[in-house]
Design a protein around this ligand. Structure first.
Ligand SMILES: [Zn+2]
Length: 128
């Protein structure tokens, strides 16, 4: 599912993209209530989302697996910082809703016995 050869984007670019979008979901992306990380609903029509860019820096062979939580948040917190150089943001691809341009991040979690497609809406106030 990860698009190849997508444009690498820095935190400032991501913030600009998210600030330009409407903060409110439209009818197409409303099923994605994902202030924090959620599993992508199996019923969601993925054609709503358009691949825009990647936060994966291909200059880095092994992305850092450290998370960034200076204020005591955790991975699943809806107010966890969106820190593009830290895990899992450094593995994410950037997607926009084709109708309202709301911005989402996605990455795939590979567990021992499962693969989980995760998605989080981008709140520009949380980007650091
Ligand atoms: Zn939308």
């Amino acid at each position: 599912m990860t698009p190849q050869n997508t444009t690498f984007m820095l935190a400032a670019d991501l913030a600009a993209l998210a600030q330009a979008a409407s903060p409110d979901a439209c009818s197409l992306c409303a099923p994605l209530a994902c202030e924090g990380w959620e599993s992508l609903p199996a019923t969601f029509d993925q054609s709503v989302l358009i691949a825009a860019a990647s936060l994966r820096n291909l200059q880095v062979d092994e992305p850092d697996l450290t998370e960034y939580h200076p204020n005591g948040t955790h991975t699943w917190s809806s107010d966890a910082p969106i820190a593009p150089t830290y895990f899992p943001y450094n593995l994410c691809t950037v997607w926009t809703c084709r109708q309202c341009a709301r911005v989402f991040l996605r990455y795939t979690e590979y567990g021992g016995y499962y693969v989980d497609e995760r998605i989080r809406a981008v709140n520009p106030a949380l980007i650091c």
